[in-house]
Design a protein around this ligand. Structure first.
Ligand SMILES: Nc1ncnc2c1ncn2[C@@H]1O[C@H](COP(=O)(O)OP(=O)(O)OP(=O)(O)O)[C@@H](O)[C@H]1O
Length: 219
């Protein structure tokens, strides 16, 4: 279970971006989070993914309270999450070939032996051909780069996926392809999903339930 309880978070303690937000995602469940621009969805998603320390409130991952965030979080908790952001160019190291981008979390966690097999498997799953894998981010399209970012998010087989406007920059066919990759992964592994977005039609189709920001913060 991923449980956010009464989370207050932001960038200035005197004016938090998120106030008293509560949200739960069960294992295997897909929850969509909808809300107007600037309401605090990304901030809450970053708290859920252990990337932003809240000012107050509790985050429980599989029953264990999170006490440390970012690089200070225990590796077992950090690697339980796969995260995909809206803008792949902001989250991809421009120096890395796509193959190394996908393999980055494996190398960072000392699993070099798994790199060739896992990269081939994931490149295939997300629809990246071998010629694209040897290119760097500036040599591929946004959609191709986002495919690589999704592969990177899945490479450690996370139990929780946080997709923050993952498809906002993409055309309809790339959106459908990436949603299908996430859903195949979830069907195979039972991973839970928090998908942040502003497209209600997409989230209603994709997720088991869609929650609106006002109900999350009123809880
Ligand atoms: N790094 C930051 N430093 C200061 N303020 C920030 C930072 N990131 C976001 N904010 C502010 O926090 C508030 C919530 O932003 P957030 O990105 O969480 O909203 P959002 O609901 O995800 O918006 P959108 O749908 O437009 O992406 C906004 O007022 C934003 O300007």
């Amino acid at each position: 279970m991923l449980e956010l309880r009464a989370i207050t978070a932001g960038y200035d303690r005197r004016a938090p971006a998120v106030r008293d937000a509560s949200l739960t995602v069960a294992p295997g469940e897909a929850v969509g989070l909808l809300g107007p621009s600037g309401c605090g969805k990304s901030t809450l998603a970053r708290v859920a993914a252990l990337l932003h320390r809240p000012d107050s409130g509790t985050l429980l991952v599989d029953g264990a309270p999170v006490r440390r965030w970012r690089h200070r979080a225990p590796r077992a908790q950090r690697t339980a999450f796969g995260v995909v952001f809206q803008q792949p160019r902001l989250s991809a190291d421009p120096r890395l070939r796509l193959t190394d981008l996908i393999a980055e979390p494996l190398r960072a966690t000392g699993r070099r032996e798994a790199v060739p097999g896992r990269v081939t498997e994931l490149a295939d799953a997300v629809g990246l051909t071998p010629d694209l894998l040897t290119r760097r981010p500036h040599e591929v399209s946004d959609g191709q780069l986002q495919r690589a970012c999704l592969a990177r998010a899945l490479v450690l087989r996370p139990r929780w996926l946080i997709c923050d406007e993952m498809t906002a920059m993409l055309d309809a066919s790339t959106t459908a392809a990436l949603v299908a990759v996430v859903e195949d992964y979830r069907a195979a592994t039972g991973a839970g999903l928090l998908a942040v977005g502003h497209d209600q039609t997409l989230l209603d189709r994709w997720c088991d339930r869609t929650v609106h920001w006002d109900t999350v913060t009123a809880a």
